[in-house]
Structure formats: C-alpha cells, structure tokens
Design a protein around this ligand. Structure first.
Ligand code: FES
Length: 147
C-alpha cells in the first residue's frame, strides 16, 4: 500500500483492510494517534483525511488512495499550530490520552470555519470524549484559537 502521511510517501506491506490507526501506530511508529474504543465512538484516533477529521480506527487503508493523511505529528513543527498554542495556554490536558484527537478535531473545525459559534464548537467536538472532563478548557482554547 502507498500512503501519504504528513507529506511523506510510504510504501508498506499491509492488508488493505487494516485500519489506518494500526498502520500509523504499528507500522509507522506514529503513536500520537491513540486507540480508545476501536469502535468509532470516542474520537481518540482522529486524524485528518484531505483536511477533514476522520476516525482512523474506522478507516481502512484501502480508503486512502490518492488522499493525504495528517496526524498530530504532522499538524505543525514544534507544536506551534494555533490550536496547540491555545491548548498550552489554557492547560487543557489532564491525563492527556484523548487530547491528540481533540486537537485534530479542533484544528479541522477552525480550518473550515475560522470563527465558529459556541454551538458550532460543541457540534464539531461532540464526537471526542474526554474522561477527565476537560471540556470547558477545550471550548476556551478553541475560542482563543479562532479568528
Ligand atoms: Fe477510534 Fe475510539 S479509537 S473512535
């Protein structure tokens, strides 16, 4: 399979049915993308596919033909994306496990809508679950990073 990940072309020998999550973590050692539920329910595995947020645990690598994947490792150099800066400023993470997925969803939202309303933020982030309940800080950070 040929994969375009974070601007690099990879050729790896994997089943077309393998979920992208495992291609990233097990074959490319891009472990910033997390395994939470494996069922498309938690959002921990969120990456960008041609700029849209997708759940990598539910995306077979066969669906990637001709498409560009961006993971948390490729979002910026040195964590300087506006969403990452806002995350640091607001000390968003608690345990941190879900946060790469949260950041990828937030970055996709702001790429498509630079000034989302609070309701649009809630809708865009509703698929990303945080067991520590960092939602108020997530909302604040997205508001700061917007517009
Ligand atoms: Fe993919 Fe939970 S691990 S949505």
């Amino acid at each position: 399979m040929q994969l375009d990940i974070n601007g690099l072309a990879y050729e790896i020998d994997i089943s077309p049915q393998l979920p992208l999550l495992w291609a990233l973590r097990d074959h490319l050692q891009l472990t910033g993308t997390k395994y939470g539920c494996g069922k498309g329910l938690c959002g921990a595995c969120t990456v960008h596919l041609d700029g849209q947020p997708v759940r990598s645990c539910q995306t077979p690598v066969s669906a990637l033909h001709g498409k560009k994947v961006v993971t948390i490792e490729g979002l910026s150099e040195d964590a300087s994306h506006p969403v990452q800066r806002a995350w640091k400023q607001h000390n968003v993470p608690q345990c941190g496990y879900c946060q790469s997925g949260q950041i990828m969803s937030a970055a996709a939202l702001l790429a498509n809508n630079q000034q989302p309303t609070p309701a649009e933020i809630d809708t865009a982030m509703s698929g990303n679950i945080c067991r520590c309940g960092t939602y108020p800080r997530i909302r604040e950070a997205i508001r700061d990073a917007s517009g």
